[in-house]
Write a protein that binds this ligand. Structure first.
Ligand code: PLP
Length: 476
């Protein structure tokens, strides 16, 4: 019940000053954070408390001390939540390249290179031979050329930036021909027609959703044509009565007409993944060999490196891209370049990639390995959760994530966790609120932990905040 106007005025008058509240905060919070941060937190808490009191939601805050206590309690909780806002979680979704959980995990060498570049001055744009200014991405360029057979390469912030920059450089104010079957949307609002518009190029669609032929492209080529664009439909697959113009055919046609082909390959594998028993994904080197003028792909999908957009191809085209002022706005920093270079050097060695690159290591774990992990994980969780919970080891399949290998699911083992009273959603919330948080998925009505992304089952020995009781809400 909302309080009477008199009561309300009296309660609000008891609201202590910001200073008084800050002085009442735990000593470590007072020491760890600066004054303006603490002031903003206390003000926000006081505002929320005033609103709650006015709406009658706050049980009688009858003494000044009670109000100070409440402000301090809420402020301390906010400070704690703030410092833990971005934290490591346990990925039990089985999705190896999970965009919301930060995509590819880096190889140890890449992590070390990143730390070294952060701690010490490096020859980022410095040529030791000349003793003068060098090109920022020269080192990764050499590595990328060796790995893909391209003449030249450059790197920007992500693949979306790579596509934008390449289109802007080569086709601003002119036409780019794309098959209707390849006008894709990638999660997170990357849509080919939108990126095209922002680049200043005009989209010229050809063919139909399911079938596009060489003569469709040929018929659309005219004086306004700047580029033929091919896009790898990485997150879906058209099956049935379909026809696609291969990269080789497209390059042949482009060469006859004096045009270049650019391909947005998305995940961009550097090696043929069938070698590891995985589904086939187009390999960058093949596309260069087929004659693509430019190929763009992400650094943090199947390649297994940091977020980056890689552009490889003909030297003259890459030089034009380098000269575009937009590149300065889209370039990546030394940490990215250091981690990318270290990752590429792993590919250059003869090393077993499935040992050194976390993405490939996780993707190639066998059902037998996962079965063993699942059994141990089950024991750990049975101890943590108690007898009310039913935990079963079951076969299932994992998605690769980030639009790599659509439909190319791989066999896995999961723990299916159920409870006689609590729903799968409630269990998912309970695991999300555990310390550290565990992110699973809901599959066929059961809360499921996929072992593909759990290397050491001991990480599942988490603390549940409210043992024996769970919050039914969706949580944050
Ligand atoms: C993932 C993807 C993109 C976007 O790449 P980011 O690195 O996320 O910017 C663009 N095109 C295709 C085909 C993709 O698969």
């Amino acid at each position: 019940m909302p309080p009477s106007a008199d009561d309300l005025a009296r309660t609000l008058r008891r609201m202590p000053s910001v200073d008084e509240c800050i002085r009442a905060l735990p000593a470590d919070a007072q020491h760890r954070f600066n004054r303006s941060y603490l002031t903003s937190i206390v003000r926000a808490v006081q505002d929320a408390l005033r609103d709650a009191i006015a709406a009658g939601h706050e049980p009688a805050a009858d003494s000044r001390e009670a109000i100070v206590r409440e402000v301090v309690r809420r402020a301390a909780a906010r400070i704690a939540a703030d410092s833990a806002a971005w934290r490591p979680v346990i990925n039990a979704t089985g999705v190896v390249i999970h965009t919301n959980l930060g995509r590819a995990l880096l190889a140890e060498e890449a992590v070390d290179a990143l730390g070294a570049a952060a701690r010490s001055p490096i020859t980022l744009e410095y040529d030791l031979e000349k003793g003068g200014r060098g090109e920022r991405d020269r080192m990764v360029e050499e590595e990328l050329c060796a790995l893909t057979g391209a003449q030249a390469a450059t790197v920007v912030n992500n693949n979306a930036a790579a596509v934008l920059l390449a289109l802007n450089t080569l086709a601003e104010g002119r036409e780019v021909i794309v098959s209707r079957g390849e006008l894709i949307e990638i999660g997170g609002s990357f849509r080919i027609p939108d990126v095209m518009r922002k680049s200043g190029a005009r989209l010229r669609e050809v063919g139909t959703t399911n079938r596009t032929h060489p003569h469709d492209y040929a018929g659309a080529i005219g004086p306004e044509t700047a580029l033929l664009l091919k896009v790898h439909p990485s997150n879906y697959r058209v099956i049935g009565f379909t026809a696609e113009v291969s990269i080789a055919e497209l390059c042949r046609l482009a060469a006859e007409r004096g045009l270049a082909v650019m391909e947005d390959l998305g995940s961009g594998a550097l090696v043929d993944l069938r070698r590891f028993g995985l589904h086939r994904e187009p390999v960058v080197r093949e596309r260069i060999e087929a004659g693509a003028g430019l190929v763009t792909f992400s650094g943090d999908k199947l390649l297994g490196g940091p977020q980056a957009g890689i552009i490889v191809g003909r030297r003259d085209l890459i030089e034009r891209i380098r000269a575009n002022p937009l590149r300065r706005a889209l370039r990546c920093d030394k940490l990215t370049l250091a981690a990318l270079s270290a990752t590429l050097r792993i590919y250059l060695r003869a090393a077993d990639l499935t040992q050194t690159l976390p993405v490939l290591r996780l993707l190639t774990r066998t059902p037998q390995e996962l079965e063993i992990v699942a059994r141990r994980a089950r024991e750990i969780l049975m101890q943590r959760l108690g007898a009310d919970f039913l935990i079963e080891v079951a076969p299932s399949s994992s998605e690769i994530g980030s639009g790599a290998m659509p439909g190319g699911e791989i066999e896995t083992r999961v723990l299916r966790i159920t409870h006689p009273v609590h729903s799968a959603d409630a269990l998912a919330a309970m695991f999300r609120h555990a310390d550290p948080a565990v992110i699973g998925r809901i599959s066929e009505g059961a809360f499921t932990l996929d072992m593909r992304t759990i290397e050491d089952p001991a990480v599942l020995a988490v603390s549940f905040h409210r043992p024996g009781s769970i919050s039914a809400g969706g949580g944050r």
